[in-house]
Write a protein that binds this ligand. Structure first.
Ligand code: UDX
Ligand code: UDX
Length: 453
């Protein structure tokens, strides 16, 4: 029986291993983490992350061939394949601060594997890493003559749709060395995915192509959003409608219709981190024009969020001091409780700086929001109830595209608000004409505003 171990029980490691265990009853899958509370949560009915469909998958496999544990040494000893899925945040100190990936956890994990392993193993990079990390990892692992094969197998799941993405991936990417043992390791890992993924969807490449493809995929996706957000700024000046433009260009199959939703700005743990990582890589190799090209994707995103906040200030007569503003949504996207790099964090902080009183409403992300905005308790109230959040507010800002915000009684909400009442739709989620007719002054992204003055 094959034993798989995953080190790091986060948003990537947890769901990925749960699906592998579910689809491969003949494989034992153990997930470990240095965080004991997280492991305890994975072993409970209250999983540490909110992901649609995940509880059912975990329930089917947990205790059968899926185990969550903190006994890292023993798990390393018994594993044949070790996935490393620890976090690789942007470095906050020293060379490359603010850009490069901080590889300290990753290297520590490699050394831990070396310390406890008692035979040859396949080590799989699941975390997104700078290109050529596998080589460094291999040098550490093989320093005292043991035989480890290091593969790159980046994860492309998106939060909120993780289970579907894992069940039916567009592709599985495996990078390995072009040697006999390297090819054998690639096939061993491929045999895991072949339990449910068709062979033609499993792409085998060299290690560096695999590492770079992950960075490139996220850079391309984010670039698409920044492109449409750039167009949204032009739309607001010209009375073009960004949704119409997105539809018109998206029908061209060379462009494609997905990832063309203009927004208050992209968030999430990956896009910004991975692009900055790519930028740093380019700078390291002296490719300054290439670095600048990709850096603009992040800069445009920051500009888009800033534009959104600036507009709130401008429309609210240049002052929000002492005014209640309701933020509908705090998660970086719908169907997750994750707030990492959410545009909402920046929006909230800027409004707090301007001395607004915030009421924040989100179905899943309030705990994380409270952590992100720790220290500002006196200026913020948190509520799962949007009616309560909007009561007495001068403005509502829609920051996450939760479908439940679409079906609220906006007449009731309008009546409970201060007048004139403003609505800033950072996701173009709502029916703007209807809101306008109810009395709201409506400010969408990349569409003409609808105002009663
Ligand atoms: C994210 C990205 O998706 C991934 O591509 C990136 O490279 C790392 O960060 P994610 O699963 O979302 O992965 O990260 P997170 O939820 O923070 O999970 C990482 C886990 O690793 C945490 O639970 C942390 O406690 C654990 N960890 C970290 C270890 O077990 N050992 C360590 O040494 C460090
Ligand atoms: C992303 C990649 O999609 C995934 O393949 C990779 O493995 C990890 O990074 P994730 O960050 O979980 O996944 O979510 P994604 O759906 O890509 O959304 C990222 C951000 O972009 C969100 O804030 C989302 O709201 C925003 N977005 C997305 C837009 O603003 N407009 C769009 O059209 C699409």
């Amino acid at each position: 029986m094959t034993h798989i171990l995953c080190i790091g029980a986060g948003y990537v490691g947890g769901p990925t291993m749960a699906v592998i265990a579910e689809k491969c009853p003949d494989i034992t899958v153990t997930v470990v983490d240095i965080n004991q509370d997280k492991i305890a949560a994975w072993n409970s009915d209250n999983l540490p992350i909110f992901e649609p469909g995940l509880p059912a998958v975990v329930e089917r496999a947990r205790g059968r061939n899926l185990f969550f544990s903190t006994d890292i040494p023993n798990a390393i000893r018994t594993a044949d394949i070790i996935f490393v899925s620890v976090n690789t945040p942007t470095k906050t100190f020293g060379a490359g601060a603010g850009m490069a990936a901080d590889l300290q956890y990753f290297e520590k994990t490699a050394r831990q594997i070396l310390q406890y392993a008692n035979g040859p193993k396949i080590v799989v990079e699941k975390s997104t890493l700078p290109v050529r990390t596998a080589v460094a990892m291999e040098r550490i692992l093989n320093a005292n003559g043991q035989q480890f094969e290091v593969l790159s197998n980046p994860e492309f799941l998106a939060e909120g749709t993780a289970i579907q993405d894992l069940y039916q991936p567009d592709r599985v990417l495996i990078g390995g060395k072009d040697t006999e043992s390297g090819r054998a390791a690639v096939e061993k890992l491929a045999s895991v995915y072949l339990h449910w993924v068709p062979n033609e969807r499993i792409i085998r490449t060299n290690v560096w192509s695999s590492e770079l493809s992950k960075l490139a995929a996220n850079a391309f996706l984010a670039q698409k959003i920044s492109s449409i957000n750039a167009i949204s700024a032009i739309c607001e000046k010209t009375e073009a409608n960004v949704s119409e433009v997105a539809h018109a260009i998206g029908q061209d199959r060379r462009i494609g219709s997905r990832f063309l939703n203009a927004s208050v700005g992209f968030g999430g743990s990956c896009f910004k981190k991975d692009i900055l990582n790519l930028v740093y890589l380019c700078q390291t190799y002296g490719l300054h024009e290439v670095a600048e090209y990709w850096h603009q994707v992040v800069k445009l995103n920051e500009y888009q969020t800033k534009r959104f906040v600036d507009n709130i200030l401008t429309q609210l007569f240049q002052t929000v001091s002492g005014k209640k503003i309701a933020l509908f949504g705090f998660a970086f996207k719908a169907n997750t409780g994750d707030t990492r790099e959410s545009a909402a964090i920046y929006v909230a902080r800027q409004l707090i700086e301007e001395r607004a009183e915030l009421s924040i409403c989100d179905p899943q992300a309030l705990l994380n929001a409270q952590k992100d905005l720790a220290g500002y308790e006196h200026q913020i109230e948190y509520s799962k109830d949007p009616y309560r959040a909007a009561q007495g507010a001068h403005a509502i800002a829609i920051l996450t595209e939760w479908p439940e915000f679409q079906t609220l009684d906006y007449k009731k909400i309008y009546e409970s608000m201060e007048k004139p009442a403003f609505l800033f739709d950072g996701r173009n989620l709502l029916d703007h004409r209807l809101l306008f007719e109810l009395g709201f002054n409506v400010f969408p992204i990349g569409r003409p505003s609808l105002r009663h003055y």
